[in-house]
Design a protein. Sequence first.
Lengths: 868, 490
Amino acid sequence: MSKQVQIMNNQRRHLTAFFLNGLLMTVFSTLSVANGLHPDVAIMDAQGNPVVESGLPMSTMTSCGGDCHETTYIMSNSDHADAGASQLGHGENTHGWQQGPGYFGGWDPVAYDTDGLSASAGMDIKAWLKRYGPRHVGGGPVAGLVEMDCLLCHTDIDHSAREAALRSGDFAWANSASLASLGILVQEQGQWLWDRSKFQAGGVLDDGLLDIRKPRDENCAQCHGLAENNLEEPLTISADQYSRHNTDRTGQIISPQKLLNSGLNISGKESLNYPFDVHTDRVVGCVNCHYSLNNPVYFRQREKSRPLHLDFDPRRMSSADYLVRPLHQFAKGQSTLGLAASNTENSLRRCESCHNAEKVHEWLPFKQQHFTSLACESCHIPRLFGPGLQAVDWTLLDSEAQPLRHYRNVKGDPVAVDSLIEGFRPLILPRVNAAGEFRLAPFNLVTTWYWTAGDPATPVSRSQLEKALFTGAVYHPDLVAELDDNNDGQLSGEELRLDDVTRANVVRNRLEAIGLTGLQIKSDVTPFSISHNVVNGQRATRDCSYCHDRDSILAAPFLLSDYLPGGLLPQIVSYTNVKFSGEVKVDPAGSASFVPDSYSAGFEIIGLHAQRWADLLGLLMFMGVTLGVAGHLTARYVSASRRAPVERQYERVHMYDAYERLWHWLQASAIMILLFTGLVIHKPHFFGMFSFPYMVSVHNVLGFVLLINAALALFYNLASGEIRQYLPEPKGFVARSMAQAMYYSQGIFAGKPHPLQKTKDNKLNPLQQVIYLAILNILLPAQVITGVLIWGLQRWPVLAAELGGLPGLALVHTLLAWVFASFIVMHIYLTTTGHSPTAGIKSMIGGWDNVEKHTGGSLSEEPQGESR
Amino acid sequence: MKTRKRNWLPGFLTILLLIGIPLWLFTGADEPNLDTPWESMLKRPAHVDHKGLYSTMGDLTTGQEVTAACLSCHEDAGDQVLHTAHWRWESDPVEIEGREGLFSTGKKNTINNFCIGIQGNWASCTACHAGYGWDDAEFDFEDQGNIDCLVCHDNSGTYRKGPAGLPLEGVDLLAAAKSVAMPTRENCGGCHFRGGGGNAVKHGDLDESLYFPTVDIDVHMGRYNFQCVDCHQTKDHVIGGRSISVSVDNKNQIACTDCHNPKLHSDERINSHTDTLACQTCHIPEVAVKQATKTHWDWSAAGDDSKEEDAHHYMKIKGSFVYEKNLRPEYRWYNGLTERYLVGDKINNNGSTLMNPPKGDIRDAGARIWPFKIHRAKQPYDVDNGHLMIPVTSGQGGYWKKFDWDQALRLGSEITGLDYSGNYDFAATEMFWPQTHMVATKDRALQCQACHAENGRMDWQALGYDGDPIKQGSQTRRRVADEQTGADHE
């Protein structure tokens, strides 16, 4: 009951503050009041007394707690405070020496947090705080020393004093120290003193001094990456790039600025007329997607725990309840390294929760197929323009005791404004989504190299490294003696690369000299998934050849490292939520790349994964037929020139009805266009001048033209009885076939007459009948069915899958296309074997043919009309 | 035989259709191009070389002789010009909402908050009149002989006008006459870029940087070398366009949408803005990008000998100024019409007197949010009569020579007939300049965050919204839109 009264009091207080602020807003309407809701607060110490009276440090737990927010609830339900501490000992670890999967006690080879790893002795919390405290919100495992600092995320005050206090071990005053930037707190002779003049009665801060509000992008950016919403100042890389992890490790930059208006020296930027991140551009802030998981405005039950019939459960906390107990676990997606917050994995809304992709991808061939194979990000994050790491080499330190950092897309210092940045294409790998399905999604891979020592092996710490490598401020003479290739007494540039065993041994000896044993170089290739820096449909990858081509991004080598310390091949760290299908390859120059292979992960890509043997077989058949035809033609020509022309009598016959001719030419045109467009789709890199999606559309349309034409012709043939012409007459079939075969192989060269008379009712010789039966009953239906299934893959996925899925269907379709092509060569050639080379074609155009008058001969005596 | 030769044709055409029609139906034509601005551009007339045409026309030693020479061939031109605002400096009589009767307004008889008014100061002001000899109230507006053809048509670049609009001594009028052609930016800019008595003073979006504009200054002029008259299309010497500094009606106005489709953006969200925003609002993110423009003018500070003279901060004859470069416009609803402070109107005793406040508000379906340069001034008024005064400044016995406000105002009142009690002070005034030139390239257009971020540039409450409409929506505007579409259906 008393709790309820408190809440009501709170509400009243909020209301009063709201109206007061409303009044203020009216008066100072030109002033932008970001959030008028939060009242001015009293700054309390841990005992709940105003600090201005007690002189003690601020306690966020009491100042923000008390009657308002339930701070213990907030702190104990915060992944940011916990930092993975609660999973120590039972999380999913990737290395033997780490205690937990999270930030606290975990292993991050990029940041090289070896100080958190003193496994046997347990964690030295004070040492950890000094080093990592500035990146930690407080509370959780360090609650006894530093409280969770609400101001870190809910104000825009400068926190450098907090950082300094933590580094110096002044934990008690660390959170308070930030208030020094407002002049509330001053430090005199090492003593922190509250400035009484800034406080009202009851320890309440002066009006408007401290603006408390929801977190803005800049708050998140302190640790997570570079975020800059200012449109007026050209964006540059901040000096603390290394500590802005998402930017440093993936090149993601959160800014509405258009790339061409930014201060970055991006190659070709004048044509990059779009913002770094379209969501930021459209005023979607970090917390709009990464919302508190019980925020009644955003909260959405996960599919797993939601009844099928319910999209939205309207029963939820009131805003007032939420303000008292705002859950500080935030919706997050599926990051490969999200191991410490596994219970909030995939709690984020997905792209589909806000966007209706179906409606705006009408232009996309195989829409459903693309949706079930690709994460939206794969096309909508085509390039990254922030400095993104490629490799961090801790096997040797540079003269400032820093590791060698190699950026994927920057030459030189990533922070310098004149360093040229190239946008880089992320690697596309299968990543599991919220529904447990693998979709191709973008990643950056960061390769790290470092020494391990001892048994069981643990990474050599930074201090040990420095001790081994340096004497005072300079390199140990042994290193200079062995590694200084240009003999200038310095180690710089590529001299710092331990790119063979001999060079690696120089450092190994030094490490052994300081007492380490069991030394090994270890490498980790860590995948970082990429979900920000989304571009809109206009800028997304629309070029089919990006994937559907020989140079497909899905098969392109992704550079891991220019050199291999100790000659060691980079080792991939496996995570359950990403499939590393592909292999690491080393090229002769000594660089290592990851070559993805989506085929082995079950993704068949048209235009990339064509089966070479099928094409080879098809080509052989095609060439064989062509060569045979050419040989036959040559022999005919030669034999004809050696003998006198034979005079024959011809009879003019109306051979082909108008419908037959129309059917024939429509089918012929359709097949020719289908063969051509099919070839373009099959081997797009040979036909760069054609629009791939247009070719796909044309192919689909012509396929249906062919199908309808064939169906109508079947009806015609059935209804008219013409179908009989296609059916071989069993009686004498062998003899007639032999006769026809003998004619083609001998008689034709001797100028003999055709063995079988062609009449209107018996146009096809037995060989033709067999061939056409095969074509019309096997080849054409098979080609049409596979074609329709490929086209309809998205409509009947189950059926299509049972018939071999795209890989099987495409293979059959390709092979049959080669047969068709070969048939056409043969077919056209055989039209020239009539009484004159063009007679066949002319008769199919005009309908009239001259047929030989057969006056004698045993074969021709057979009654032609018998089949009637 | 002939017929047999062609008998394949119907079959061929049938096949073509049988394949072509499905392809046409199902492969989908490319999206139609929504932006076809060049179709609306007038072709510039072919140039007629006038070099050889003056041999029989005398020496052409005065402007009027040039005019006579022009009119001897261009017989209708004189009469056409007599009816234009460039000649008359006032509009045809129009009604003004809320007032009785018809009003002709223009430079001739209105008051502004720069140099205030031309009455009594004709000679210096009419240096920009497209005529010769207007130096008192008696100027004859029906005399074609005093039309100044050259100020608009000289292409030699050497023609200059002085007091009362007469050609300056030393100008080679024959050379100027030989050069005549379609007006260029130099012709228009000679007056309009120097409005307010100097480069960049008045408009904010018009200044001498437009003589040789880069694409960053104005996309039309910088990228495509537009001349003023390409947009200000002219018929019978009536030049298209209206300025609310002098006009109260909205006829013959020019709009971006004369050439551009307002729904041309590929983004639906952006297209939905065009019912609410003028194109200019996003596409002119800032003005005075090269030259600072005057934003404040305090006449009451004039006459102080002790202050240092500086054309951009203080002049004894004019008072103190503020100039701003890269000026961020202010935003107001505007439906193309304005209120107008007319000579003799009472001033506003609660705050600034608005000389030409734009009409329209959130409930006005025809109104859009527009960018304005607002020029704020303090200028003399009669305390007892409660109206703004027009002082004689450059004219005989005026303030610029005598530094005596009482005398300047008294002389002014004798000319204008405006009552003067002798009791004067300085009143705050605001004058509105819609920003429509200096259109930025599209990559510089405003982005969402410019207005919809927490510190955006729109004052939503002042515009009539409950708050940022991206979060709060706007019931009012939606209702207006619904009513509008409802009305359209009927």
